[in-house]
Design a protein around this ligand. Structure first.
Ligand code: SAH
Length: 226
């Protein structure tokens, strides 16, 4: 997107998708512990309302997950910010693979901060909508693929970071195999009742270093496509 913004679409003239609403969201994120100024700036400028159905646009700058159809959700802004921050904390990864494109919002946030984003989604209809949004916003550094993301995207490997936005018990081995040396895997893992956000770092000799970043709640990582 260009540096200057056209007036934002305004649901019912109430300013609910206005710059003021975004500024309020950023204040909330800051109050809840998000500190990386690069991440806060992207959250302040990227129009989250463009990633949800028009009927929900007025709620786009609330700090909540929202339905995007087909039983899926756009993640809560705080978790998008937290995961983005955790991905950038030890240097900017050049090439990031996301599993679970969904609305495309997390991929779009990343695309503003890293050189290249690859994103895999198993539900074709969601991917179609996300691709349309990327085109409309001229986010040209995102490539997408309709497939089971548990298999990763081997043709484009290795990745400096792999981020999962759906929860499995354990990181799929195919994904770990597509990680560059020193690369990180970030995502929700564990049983549905006790998911934890984990950051795994590939060390020397295939050893994985594990950091627990706290309790989270994500939709399940499912095999196959639809
Ligand atoms: N990153 C998304 C979050 C969407 S919710 C956003 O910002 O909106 C998680 C998404 O993961 C859903 O769209 C779901 O269909 C997808 N998903 C679940 N299992 C998957 C798998 N094995 N491969 C690819 N996508 C998967």
């Amino acid at each position: 997107m260009s540096g200057h913004h056209a007036p934002t679409l305004d649901a019912g003239g109430q300013g609910l998708t206005s710059q003021r609403a975004r500024d309020r969201l950023v204040a909330t994120l800051r109050a809840e512990g998000i500190v990386d100024p690069r991440v806060l700036e992207v959250m302040r400028t990227l129009p989250r309302h463009a990633f949800v159905d028009e009927a929900l646009a007025a709620r786009a700058y609330e700090n909540t997950a929202l339905p995007i159809g087909l039983g899926q959700t756009i993640s809560q802004p705080w978790i998008v910010a937290r995961m983005t921050e955790a991905l950038l904390e030890h240097g900017t990864p050049a090439k990031v693979l996301e599993i679970g494109t969904g609305s495309g919002y997390q991929a779009a946030v990343l695309a503003r901060l890293v050189p290249a984003v690859y994103s895999v989604e198993r539900i074709e209809e969601l991917l179609r909508q996300a691709r349309r949004r990327f085109r409309a916003m001229k986010l040209e550094n995102i490539r997408t693929r309709h497939d089971d993301g548990m298999l990763g995207w081997p043709a484009e490997a290795p990745y400096d970071a792999i981020v999962l936005t759906a929860a499995g018990e354990l990181p799929p081995p195919e994904l770990l195999a597509q990680l560059a040396p020193g690369g990180i895997v970030l995502g929700p893992f564990g049983p549905p009742s006790g998911q934890r956000l984990l950051r795994l770092r590939a060390g020397a000799g295939g050893h994985l270093q594990r950091e627990d970043l706290g309790a989270v709640s994500f939709v399940p990582l499912l095999a196959g496509t639809r």
